[in-house]
Design a binder for this molecule. Structure first.
Ligand code: ZN
Length: 170
């Protein structure tokens, strides 16, 4: 699934919990960092095909990612389990929405067995577009009701300008 969908999934899920701005940023990282293994595309298409959904789409990467992000969080235990769950949400979204032939190597590097969905929908599909649209609507709802956007922790000034602009348009 697309990176922006993963980012928004982390943002919207984090909104369901009492978290700090930094923890909400970490939630977006937890929900999207698995796709770092897609950076092989800058090396070659073969590198991308070999390692995407392998290097960082496994439970060990997810556990390490959640632990590192939780270490820098305020409520570490709660944060760890939320971040681990968001990492798995990424895998679930990919399972359905990454297109045919993109299995997930959940136990790599100890196993090359892949979890493959024979009925996965294409990357550019109405299902993926709908998922992104729902998350975008949810993000706008959060902006309207809680006066914050996914930019709150990294660009607080722009975050508030966007919130004000959104409230003016409404
Ligand atoms: Zn992915």
């Amino acid at each position: 699934m697309h990176i922006q969908t993963h980012l928004l999934s982390g943002w919207c899920a984090a909104d369901c919990f009492d978290m700090t701005p930094r923890e909400r940023l970490f939630a977006m990282v937890a929900a999207s960092a698995a796709d770092l293994d897609g950076l092989g595309i800058v090396v070659s298409i073969e590198c991308y095909a070999e390692y995407h959904h392998v290097l960082a789409h496994n439970v060990f990467f997810g556990g390490l990612l959640a632990a590192v992000l939780a270490f820098f969080s305020t409520r570490r235990i709660k944060a760890f389990f939320l971040f681990l769950a968001l990492f798995h949400l990424h895998l679930v979204l990919d399972y359905f929405g990454s297109g045919l032939g993109w299995g997930i190597h959940y136990l790599w590097p100890f196993s090359r067995n892949e979890i493959l969905n024979p009925n996965a929908w294409e990357l550019v599909s109405w299902q993926n577009i709908s998922t992104t649209a729902v998350l975008l609507a949810w993000t706008l709802l959060i902006a309207a009701r809680k006066r914050r956007t996914p930019l709150e922790a990294i660009m607080p000034s722009l975050d508030q300008k966007l919130v004000m602009a959104f409230r003016t348009v409404r």
